[in-house]
Design a protein around this ligand. Sequence first.
Ligand SMILES: Cc1cc2nc3c(=O)[nH]c(=O)nc-3n(C[C@H](O)[C@H](O)[C@H](O)COP(=O)(O)O)c2cc1C
Length: 340
Amino acid sequence: MTCEPKKEIPVGLAPMAGFTDMIFRLMCAEGGADFCVTEMVSAAALCYRDGKTPALAERRRGEAPCAVQIFGHDPAQMAEAAEIVLDEICPSDGVGTPPAAIEINMGCPVKKIVKGGDGSALMREPVLASKIVRAVSDATAARGVPLWVKIRAGWDKNSVNAPEFAAALADAGATRITVHGRTRDQMYAPSSDNGVIRRVREALDPSVEVFGNGDVTSGEDAARMIKETGCDGVLVGRAALGDPWIFGEIKDFLSGGDCEVRRPTKEDRIGAALRLLHELCEEKGEGVGVRESRARVGHLIRGIRGSAAARWAVNRAVTEEEFEKILTDLLDQTGKGREE
Ligand SMILES: Cc1cc2nc3c(=O)[nH]c(=O)nc-3n(C[C@H](O)[C@H](O)[C@H](O)COP(=O)(O)O)c2cc1C
């Protein structure tokens, strides 16, 4: 495949609960991400003043422009949550300016979320979904902040309604629709459908942005998505978990750079893993920091010779020091173990 298209297309980090916190978003910004989205934040928890929730919506200086994603199903509560983010959290976080957008989650497929009528359950409730967007857009428009909505193709293969659903949300005030080209029933397999993203792009006025998401793991994937859908931007999810540098590679490819794929080195990966471990321990304390680092470090070191044994070991590490030693030993290992 050639390096086309050459038009500047934003490439951002998709929201991922448990992963896209401030620490990881900063790494992705350094790796070339044009924008990021926070983990999903419960509107109910914000409104009930749960003490730990506001931290999920905070940003850090140096991050790429970042949208704050909220989930819920009650229009008034969603609007209040957006106001809390914009009026209370953002003025006092490390950035102090409004986020790039408020994003509403209408795509999460997880049972616990859809059972409560949230996430992708809203794709079966288009009237309610439009009411939510209208209520939140009153809050965001009054503060000059864009309103994004993230959706799926539909609920299941018999109800693929993304184009008309997105059109109704745009009428209600959404300024960007991000489409993950799978239904709720598909969860994360089989592969994402670019056709539905194209149909959403065709259904909306050009003034409303349509961003594509699903299975982008390289510059070629991103170029294919843009070519097949006409989307205005691309989001990368799982492929960034082990490779926060992927954004720079994709953008290089899209801008017709040298098209050489620059893979991060073992030192880059283990350096990022150590940084994540130390920052999580500093922010959350050693116990939580070590526990939360396990899966996340697992993604970053995957593929390095000896990483299977290291992943096994970090799952049993209790202290930050033990964890660090496993990673530095992996760095010192040369040629031992299989490539994984
Ligand atoms: C662990 C994990 C957590 C996720 N959390 C969220 C979330 O909080 N909000 C959301 O809209 N999507 C969430 N998603 C979906 C992703 O944003 C994205 O739509 C999906 O992974 C498809 O993109 P990909 O193929 O590039 O990974 C999550 C996905 C994963 C794997």
